[in-house]
Design a binder for this molecule. Structure first.
Ligand code: G6P
Length: 493
């Protein structure tokens, strides 16, 4: 292909993340089908190509599966832009064993659990010999990213490193390329020191040192930035530099200063509203309406099937609603989209089974010939999600903890008739949406059931007022601006 032989221009901006904007499925005939990657990070970042600076960026990501590995192997240094929506993407073919140990073993089983505070008996962490070898793989995987970025980046380029998979990259890159401006962005919460210190001491230190190798460390909300600063002070005995109002502005450690930033990624109103009115969405809207039945209210949730999303407690809350307030029986339907995630990990497979079991038990207990109380869909379908966003009366977003939760912002952005939002106070989105949502403690099933009842009862005037303000707050910082804000902050010396 001409792409592979043409000289590859050094990039003024490099974005790095584990999951990239494209993923390849291997068809039975051996050909590859390109599709869009899932999850909040990718939906946020995929739109950066619409920004002129974003279009010049190179995106470095990992090959996640068999199809990706083949595609990465076949490409020269970068993938075919026809597959990537025009983005310049370099996909790293990290050996499958190293990748799995780093991604499943360290990133998703340990760092993700730490930041979301998901450990509880009997899921307590065991840091044994196997974990140590997974950690070595995590180091190798981070090194592969640092090497590739060092190769792609032009002199003085800006590098935006994403998420808990790549915490060591800023530090590794600093030693390779001191000329670069390096930022790290966490799309997750950050755990407070007492919880963060569950990690082995040397690893707790290494992660913080890695991020502090950059010029900036940024987060989705002030709360996570403060927790990070507190961990730096507690674990590394680093100095936290504060603004006059007491907020953490920077961390000084080992002779360097890393500035802290907060960028509350919002929903992309223009993209979503246009997409939500295309024929495929209209078609699914009609099908969903038919499935729900005339005159019924709907409570919607849309998540990856992810332990932190708290789907099972959400179902229990809905059951309580039907038990305690029987007048809702037959009049409301809970639409739950729970899309498969991280199925290589047993806890995720078990969780998926539990979600299905609890949904079925509600249908068995309350369902009638005319009414199915829970409609659970587990096959990922973006157009159907948008259709459900448009029609829902109530959206339930009740994570145990969440960096932001973009569903809480996407629903208000596209809702047809003002959806009421029941929102966990532990979602980063609560920092901006709490005033107009009904806020719940995600562990409190009784309170969540009550919130659902109040949401269903809210009078149309109040509903409309709140929905208007929710939509404005949810779309305040669209992805393209979220991206350019960070570039600007990194470019100012
Ligand atoms: C979260 C993380 C992202 C990740 C996404 C989907 O949003 O912050 O880094 O891409 O979940 O998870 P997955 O493991 O499927 O990439």
């Amino acid at each position: 292909a001409p792409e592979a032989t043409a000289p590859v221009a050094a990039a003024p901006i490099v974005v790095a993340s584990n999951r990239g904007p494209v993923s390849y499925a291997l068809r039975e005939d051996g050909s590859l089908a390109a599709g869009r990657g899932g999850g909040g990070l990718v939906s946020g970042l995929s739109e950066i190509g619409r920004d002129p600076q974003g279009a010049a960026a190179v995106w470095v990501c990992a090959a996640l599966g068999e199809g990706d590995r083949l595609a990465a192997g076949r490409a020269g240094r970068r993938l075919d832009p026809a597959d990537t929506g025009g983005l310049r993407v370099r996909m790293l073919d990290i050996p499958a064993g190293t990748f799995s140990a780093a991604y499943n073993g360290v990133a998703n089983s340990v760092l993700w659990f730490a930041h979301h505070m998901l450990w509880q008996t009997p899921l307590e962490p065991v840091f044994d010999k196997e974990f140590r070898s997974q950690w070595a793989a995590y180091e190798a995987y981070n090194t592969a990213f640092a090497d590739a970025i060092a190769e792609e980046a032009a002199e003085g380029a800006v590098v935006l490193v994403q998420d808990y998979h790549l915490t060591l990259v800023p530090g590794l890159l600093r030693t390779r390329r001191p000329d670069l401006r390096i930022g790290h962005f966490s799309h997750t919460p950050w755990a407070p020191p007492d919880y963060y210190r569950l990690l082995p001491d040397d690893i707790a230190e290494q992660v913080l040192r890695g991020i502090l190798g950059g010029d900036r460390a940024a987060f989705l909300t002030r709360r996570w930035a403060e927790a990070f600063a507190a961990c730096c002070a507690d674990v590394l005995k680093a100095e936290v530099i504060r603004e006059e109002d007491g907020t953490a502005a920077a961390v000084r450690f080992a002779g360097r200063t890393t500035r802290l930033g907060v960028h509350a990624l919002g929903a992309d109103a223009d993209f979503l509203r246009e997409r939500a009115h295309r024929p495929d969405v209209e078609e699914r809207l009609a099908a969903l309406r038919e499935q729900v039945g005339p005159g019924r209210r709907t409570i919607l949730r849309v998540d990856r099937t992810e332990l932190s999303k708290n789907i099972v407690r959400g179902l229990h809350a809905y059951r309580r609603l039907l038990e305690d307030r029987p007048h809702w029986r037959g009049k409301v339907v809970h639409i739950a989209f729970a899309y498969p995630s991280r199925q290589d990990l047993k806890v995720y497979r078990d969780y998926t089974a539990e979600v299905e079991r609890v949904a079925e038990s509600i249908n068995a207990a309350f369902g009638t010939a005319e009414w199915q109380p829970v409609i659970l869909h587990v096959k990922d379908d973006f157009a159907r999600s948008l259709a459900a966003y448009r029609m829902a009366d109530v959206a339930l977003v009740n994570p145990i903890r969440d960096g932001m939760n973009l569903v809480a912002k996407e629903v208000p952005a596209v809702s047809d008739h003002g959806c009421v939002l029941v929102l966990s106070r532990e979602a980063g989105a609560a920092a901006e949406l709490a005033e107009d949502a009904i806020v719940v403690n995600p562990y409190d099933v009784e309170a969540t059931a009550r919130a659902l009842h109040l949401a269903l009862l809210m009078d149309p005037g109040e509903r409309a007022e709140r929905a208007k303000r929710l939509a404005a707050a949810a779309t305040r910082l669209p992805p393209a601006r979220w991206f350019t804000e960070q570039l600007a902050a990194l470019q100012e010396r």
